[in-house]
Design a protein around this ligand. Structure first.
Ligand code: CA
Length: 223
């Protein structure tokens, strides 16, 4: 899962990025509206955290332009405290949720998790496919009830496939949602991670569709 943070306050931007990275997401950041607008328009994000008050281009204009361009990723807007008009304007502009500043980081993380789940069609915070259960709140993965230890990239890859269970995920899409923008992407490493995950989760859990991509959960949506 890959997330964009657009926030001009450097401390807040850093805190958000660190908290999201700790929670297992690939994170890109922008410090003004133009840069954020460009990234959101050109890179595939699973969710965006967007400040309303931004230099160069304000957050509402950024959001409106994305929606006009059919960029439909979930967007959480950050509003100034007590500015109820910001919340209304944000939702009218196409925001999926909002958090007022100052906020508790845990609240932002919970709202991001909910946006990611809902965008992928899951109502519950636990996603279960066959023997494997992923708890999105704790980033814990269990197989038949026993915890499976995963590295952060293994978790990120598995989380993306499980959020999209029952759907064939093209290899290129998987790579794009696994790494930050600046990461030197060697697509072969995906095969390595898939191999490691198969050892930990059972050989048949992740299916490879030759030349196309990967899938968990077969055709039936069990999540
Ligand atoms: Ca701001």
């Amino acid at each position: 899962m890959r997330i964009l943070v657009v926030e001009d306050d450097p401390d807040l931007n850093r805190q958000l990025c660190e908290a999201l990275a700790d929670a297992g997401y690939a994170v890109d950041k922008a410090f003004d509206g133009e840069e954020g607008n460009f990234l959101g328009d050109t890179e595939p994000y699973d969710a965006v955290i967007l400040d309303i008050g931004l230099p160069k281009m304000d957050g509402l204009s950024v959001l409106e332009q994305w929606r006009r361009n059919d960029r439909n990723m979930p967007v959480l807007v950050l509003t100034a405290r007590d500015r109820w008009s910001d919340k209304v304007a944000g939702i009218d502009a196409g925001a999926d949720d909002y958090v007022a500043k100052p906020f508790h980081m845990e609240e932002v993380l919970a709202r991001v998790r909910a946006l990611l789940r809902r965008a992928a069609g899951h109502a519950s915070s636990e996603i279960e496919v066959g023997e494997i259960r992923l708890d999105t709140r704790t980033a814990r993965v269990t197989r038949n009830g026993s915890q499976v230890k995963l590295t952060s990239l293994e978790f990120r890859l598995l989380s993306y496939l499980m959020h999209h269970n029952g759907r064939l995920v093209p290899r290129m899409e998987l790579i794009e949602h696994l790494y930050e923008q600046d990461f030197d992407r060697d697509s072969n490493t995906v095969e390595v991670f898939i191999g490691r995950l198969r050892k930990k989760l059972g050989a048949g859990f992740i299916e490879t569709v030759r030349g196309l991509g990967y899938q968990v959960g077969g055709g039936a949506d069990e999540g």
